[in-house]
Design a protein around this ligand. Sequence first.
Ligand code: CP
Ligand code: NVA
Length: 317
Amino acid sequence: MSDVAHLLSIDDLGENLRSILEWAIHYKQDPDPDYDFKPLDEMSIGCIYEKPSTRTRVSFEVGIHKLGGQALTLLKGDIQMGKSETIADTGAVLSRFLDGITYRCYGHEMVVTLAENSTVPVINALSDKHHPCQAAADLMTIMERNPSLEGERVAWVGDGNNVLHDLMLACALLGVDCIWAVPPGFEPDSEVVERATKIAEGTGAEMIQTHDPVHACTGATIVYTDVFISMGEEHLTDKMAAFDGFQVNETLVSHASDDYGFMHCLPAHRGEEVTDGVIDSENSIVFDQAENRMWAQMAILTYLCNPPAFSAYTELY
Ligand code: CP
Ligand code: NVA
């Protein structure tokens, strides 16, 4: 693997995560509208999708354009990769044309292989194990409400999935308590939990697993859920029965802090993991989260693809 930096899971950003999110918040607020800041000028970013996407695709395309770069969206069905060409050869070839690659894939090992064989930064745009761009936007959204993050307690209710993995890692990195309530048998990956717990030991965050949604939500400042059946699991219809009692509804959120924020990475299956009453309530910040995908990814792209420009911009604030 070349020594270029990639983003495969959110902990790849390490202790720089906070400054990247602060950068994103400043950039969103536009501290100097006259500053012609185009850190991706003359750069091209390839965005490969094996699964559908609304937020990720649009936020990358628009964000790359705003940074002065060119986005090439490459749908799996339209390129050779996985049919007549390996992921490794694709990474080597695309590295000769592009300045960065984003990749939404099924198995996490596929984005790892792409990164191992690319000489430009590779950003995981969702795999079955990690969704780092989502976690960056999520913690940015919480920081917008509470810049110091002090006193935050994030409660996850639902499946132990890719979104939870990076959410707990991001909370651990930023010193935010995270408690997840999952049905027995649907716990998050133990290797990711170990990583998060180890990071949290250094930042003072609590990482707690429970099977009780009320326990998780009691006193929470953020209540977060996601679909019970992720992309690629559509055949696992039996899974749904395990999630009885894990719907985020008005009764469950009554245990959270009065000014709690409701979060969901979207798309939401209304009436399954969350009720309309919760997702449409004044506490819901799901559309801020969706918008922040773009700002957080713009910060990440600049950090990975043009580090001097990332540093130069911080001098504006
Ligand atoms: N949250 C998220 O990744 O949404 P999309 O699947 O629409 O990209
Ligand atoms: N856990 C979901 C997230 C979608 C953004 C999935 O992987 O399908």
